[in-house]
Write a protein that binds this ligand. Structure first.
Ligand code: HEM
Length: 155
């Protein structure tokens, strides 16, 4: 193995570790946010309890969710780039196409959840409790499918 190859492989493993660390932060945040909304939903808009939930969700978004999502994207795209540098045509893999599709959907879900919280902060309660509970299942299902795609690589 040449020094350059060794450096690329070592970098790859560190970037992959960092990718997974931020994946865990991102998904943990996505699990928590709609749960916060379920607790906030029955509070009277403007009440002290409502204001506390607004503050908690805003902090979760700015400290964990958004930075983690950006880090997952940057590190994930770097993994693709290092593979290409190594001469591995990873962009031709079917499992990666499927994964990217789901990750785009998850990013859309993230946007929906953030927008929903901002509407709640303005006193609206547009979704029913049941809808929020159903939405809460999305990150779990997405994580299960993505992990199977990247580990089993079924196609
Ligand atoms: C945001 C866009 C993302 C991109 C561009 C991306 C890209 C990648 C790439 C290229 C790899 C290396 C695959 C390999 O070496 O075989 C990887 C590894 C991995 N990714 Fe992502 N990823 C993203 C998001 C996610 C998300 C959201 C999850 C989980 C919910 C995830 C879970 C994993 C896992 C578990 C691995 C390790 C696979 C292994 O070691 O074989 N990724 N990712």
């Amino acid at each position: 193995m040449t020094l350059l190859e060794w450096m690329l492989v070592t970098t790859y493993l560190w970037v992959k570790a960092a990718h997974l660390i931020f994946v865990i932060f991102w998904i943990a945040g996505l699990f928590m946010l709609p749960r916060f909304y379920i607790y906030q939903q029955p509070t009277a808009p403007g009440s002290p309890e409502d204001r506390q939930w607004i503050e908690r969700s805003a902090r979760l978004r700015s400290i964990i969710l958004t930075p983690a999502m950006i880090a997952v994207w940057v590190l994930g795209l770097s993994l693709i780039w290092i593979n290409q540098l190594n001469g591995i045509p990873i962009l031709k893999e079917g499992w990666l196409h499927a994964k990217l599709l789901i990750v785009f959907a998850l990013t859309g879900y993230h946007g929906w959840a953030v927008a929903y919280g901002k509407r709640m902060a303005r006193g609206y309660r547009p979704a029913r409790d049941r809808t929020l509970r159903l939405m809460n299942e999305v990150p779990g299902i997405a994580t299960a499918v993505i992990v199977i795609l990247v580990i089993v690589k079924p196609f």
